[in-house]
Design a protein around this ligand. Structure first.
Ligand SMILES: Cc1cc2nc3c(=O)[nH]c(=O)nc-3n(C[C@H](O)[C@H](O)[C@H](O)COP(=O)(O)OP(=O)(O)OC[C@H]3O[C@@H](n4cnc5c(N)ncnc54)[C@H](O)[C@@H]3O)c2cc1C
Ligand code: FES
Length: 542
C-alpha cells in the first residue's frame, strides 16, 4: 500500500483497516459498485443506513416486496466488517445451543436454529436466482476440542460437545458426535480427533455475493444508494396513538441533507447511540490469515475448536494450483491488548496441523461484538416505533444480517414470526437479566479503561517513529492523538472518542486509533470506521 495521504484516506474509505482481507484477491475494491454522494433532501419509504451484509439484505427483501428504499453509506459499499469477515454461513452457533437455551429457553433455541438455517439457505437461493457466481456450496462443520486426546481436558470438552450434538438434533439440525473424527489434510502432530459434525453448513465469497445483489438492486426503480453520505441523527417525528396520527423518521446527514421516511434501519454494525444495547455487548478485535494449500489436499469443511478465543478454518479459491485456507481467531478486547504475535500464533497453529501449508498471502483483523445473552439485537430500537437496529453478531453476524432482512421486512409488513421477533428483540429483558453478573463485571472493567486519561504513550512527538501513531497527554490540556506518516508529516487530532470520551489507543496492525470503552475506531487521520461513534476525531492545532 502506498503511503501518500490520499491513498491512505482511500484505504479507509474502502475497508476498516490498513490491511486487506483475502476477498480482494477475487474482488478488487475498484470493481465494486460506486455511487454518488447525497446532495439533496429526499423522501422515501425506508431509509437504510450502512451497506454491509445487514443493510444490503434488508434492502433486497424490501425492494423485492415493492418498497421504496434509499440506502446510505458513510464510506464505500462493503467497507465495514462484511469485507473483513471469514465468511462461514453456519447454523452451528458459536455460543452453542445448550447455552442459548439457558438464556432464551427451548423456544428461543428453536427460533435460533430455524432462523440461522433459513439464512444460510436464503443466500444460496438468492445467489441462484440472481446468477451470482460466489463459491456458494454446502460443507460440513466440525467442532473439536482445543486439547489433544491425551490431555484430561479433552474429555471434559467432549462432554459439552456431546450435549451440543444432542441438543442440535432435538432442534431438527443434522448433527452427530463422531468418535475418532478425521479430517483430510490434517497430517500434523496434534491429535484432537473426536467432535461434532454439523452437516449442511454453507461457504461463500461474501463480497462477490453482495456485489451481485448490489448490481441487481442498482437496476430496480424503487432503489437508490448514496455513498460517502454519513448519517448523524435519526429521529422519530409526530405522534401516533392506537393508529391515529402519524409518525415518520428524519435522517440527517453530515452534509446537512434530510431524508424523510416512514422507517429507518440502522445497519451500521453498532447502533450510533450512547447506551442501551451498547452496554449489553463486549467489543473484540479478531485476527485472520489466508495461507496457500495445494488444491484438493485439504477437505472442504469448516473447523472450529472449543477455546474461548477459538481458532477456525475454511477454504476459498486462490488460483489453478492452490486454495487459500482462512484461519482465524486470537480475539481480544478492543484497545485493551495489542495485535503483537497474533498473526504468528495463527500461522504456527496451521503449520503444526497442516504440513502442506504454503505462503501466507493475506493477514488482517476485524471487529466482532458479543451480546451478553449470545443473540443479535434485530428489531425496533428501544423506545422506538419506526427505527430498527441490527447489531450483536456474536460470531454469526453474516447469518444474523441475512435473517435481519426477513425479520425487519416482516415487521414492517406486520407479519413477523413471533418467536423470531421475541428472540432478537432489542428490548428483551429476561435473558439480559440472566446475564446481569457478567454484564456488571464487564461494565466495571470497561470503566477502568478511563484510566487512560492519566496515561501518555509518548512525551514528545519527536520520539514517534514514522508510520506510527500514539497518544500524547500533556496533562495541562486534553490528550492528543498523533500520527506521523512515512515522510515525517504529523497529523494531530483529539484523542477523545466522540462517543463517550474514552481516550483512544494506537493499533499498529491496522494503523487506527481504537477506543477501549465501546470499540469505536478511527483511521490514522481520524475517519470514523467503527461505531458507536458517529463523528470523526476532530483535528487539533499545534
Ligand atoms: C475476521 C472476522 C471473521 C468473521 N467471521 C464470521 C463468520 O465466519 N460467520 C459469520 O456469520 N460472521 C462472521 N463475522 C462477523 C460478520 O462478518 C459481521 O458481523 C457482519 O459482516 C456485520 O455486517 P453488518 O452489515 O452488520 O456491518 P458492516 O459490514 O460493518 O456494515 C456496516 C456499514 O455501516 C456503515 N456506517 C457506519 N456508520 C455509518 C453512518 N453514520 N452513516 C452511514 N453509514 C455508516 C459502515 O461504513 C459499514 O459499511 C466475522 C467478522 C470478522 C471481523
Ligand atoms: S466507543 Fe464509547 S467512549 Fe469510545
Amino acid at each position: 500500500m502506498s503511503t501518500s495521504a490520499a491513498s491512505r484516506r482511500q484505504q479507509f474509505m474502502q475497508t476498516s483497516g490498513a490491511t486487506d482481507a483475502v476477498w480482494v484477491h477475487k474482488d478488487k475494491y475498484a470493481n465494486r459498485p460506486q455511487f454518488q454522494q447525497l446532495k439533496d433532501d429526499l423522501e422515501t419509504e425506508v431509509c437504510i443506513i450502512g451497506a454491509g451484509i445487514s443493510g444490503i439484505s434488508v434492502a433486497y427483501e424490501l425492494v423485492s416486496r415493492g418498497k421504496d428504499v434509499v440506502l446510505i453509506e458513510a464510506r464505500d459499499v462493503l467497507s465495514g466488517e462484511t469485507g473483513r469477515t471469514s465468511g462461514h454461513l453456519a447454523n452451528a452457533l458459536d455460543d452453542h445451543y445448550i447455552h442459548v437455551k439457558e438464556k432464551h429457553g427451548n423456544e428461543g433455541a428453536q427460533a435460533a436454529a430455524d432462523s440461522h438455517t433459513w439464512a444460510l439457505e436464503r443466500v444460496g437461493e438468492i445467489a441462484k436466482n440472481l446468477s451470482i457466481d460466489c463459491e456458494y456450496r454446502r460443507v460440513p462443520g466440525y467442532e473439536i476440542s482445543q486439547y489433544e486426546r491425551d490431555d484430561k481436558r479433552h474429555a471434559e470438552d467432549l462432554k459439552e460437545l456431546k450435549a451440543e450434538a444432542e441438543m442440535a438434533k432435538d432442534l431438527g439440525l443434522r448433527a452427530v458426535f463422531q468418535e475418532g473424527l478425521t479430517i483430510k489434510g490434517w497430517d500434523g502432530k496434534p491429535d484432537q480427533r473426536d467432535g461434532v459434525v454439523f452437516f449442511d453448513q454453507a461457504a461463500f465469497h461474501p463480497t462477490l455475493y453482495l456485489v451481485g445483489i448490489m448490481k441487481w438492486l442498482h437496476k430496480q426503480p424503487n432503489f437508490k444508494c448514496y455513498t460517502h453520505t454519513r448519517m448523524m441523527t435519526a429521529e422519530e417525528k409526530g405522534i401516533e396513538v392506537l393508529g391515529i396520527g402519524q409518525k415518520s423518521v428524519q435522517v440527517k446527514t453530515e452534509g446537512g441533507q434530510t431524508i424523510q421516511c416512514a422507517y429507518a434501519v440502522e445497519a451500521t454494525c453498532i447502533p450510533l447511540q450512547k447506551i442501551s444495547v451498547i452496554v449489553e455487548m463486549e467489543y473484540m478485535r479478531t485476527y485472520a490469515i489466508a495461507i496457500r494449500v495445494p488444491k484438493g489436499s485439504v477437505e472442504d469443511c469448516f473447523i472450529y475448536d472449543s477455546a474461548e478465543e477459538y481458532k477456525y478454518v475454511r477454504l476459498t479459491a486462490c488460483d489453478d494450483k492452490d486454495d487459500y485456507m482462512i484461519v482465524g481467531g486470537c480475539d481480544h478486547k478492543v484497545g485493551q491488548e495489542g495485535p503483537e504475535n497474533r498473526f504468528q500464533e495463527l500461522e504456527d497453529w496451521v503449520r503444526e496441523r497442516f504440513t502442506q501449508a504454503g505462503s501466507v498471502d493475506y493477514k488482517w483483523s476485524g471487529q466482532v461484538n458479543e451480546p451478553v445473552d449470545y443473540m443479535a439485537f434485530i428489531g425496533k430500537n428501544q423506545g422506538c416505533d419506526r427505527i430498527f437496529v441490527i447489531t450483536g453478531d456474536s460470531g454469526n453476524g453474516l447469518t444474523h444480517g441475512v435473517l435481519a432482512g426477513k425479520l425487519i421486512a416482516d415487521e414492517i409488513d406486520g407479519n413477523a414470526d413471533p418467536a423470531w421477533a421475541k428472540l432478537y428483540s432489542p428490548s428483551r429483558l429476561a435473558s439480559i437479566a440472566k446475564s446481569a453478573v457478567s454484564m456488571i463485571k464487564h461494565d466495571v472493567q470497561v470503566n477502568l479503561q478511563y484510566k487512560r486519561f492519566l496515561e501518555t504513550d509518548i512525551t514528545d512527538i519527536e520520539d514517534l517513529v514514522p508510520g506510527q501513531g500514539a497518544v500524547l497527554n500533556p496533562k495541562t490540556s486534553k490528550p492528543v492523538a498523533v500520527y506521523k506518516d512515512a515522510n515525517g508529516q504529523v497529523t494531530k487530532m483529539s484523542a477523545l472518542c466522540p462517543h463517550l470520551k474514552g481516550v483512544v489507543c494506537w493499533n499498529p496492525a491496522e494503523k487506527s486509533f481504537d477506543c477501549p470503552i465501546h470499540g469505536s475506531r478511527f483511521s490514522e487521520t481520524g475517519v470514523c470506521v467503527n461505531g458507536p461513534a458517529k463523528a470523526n476525531l476532530p483535528p487539533v492545532e499545534a
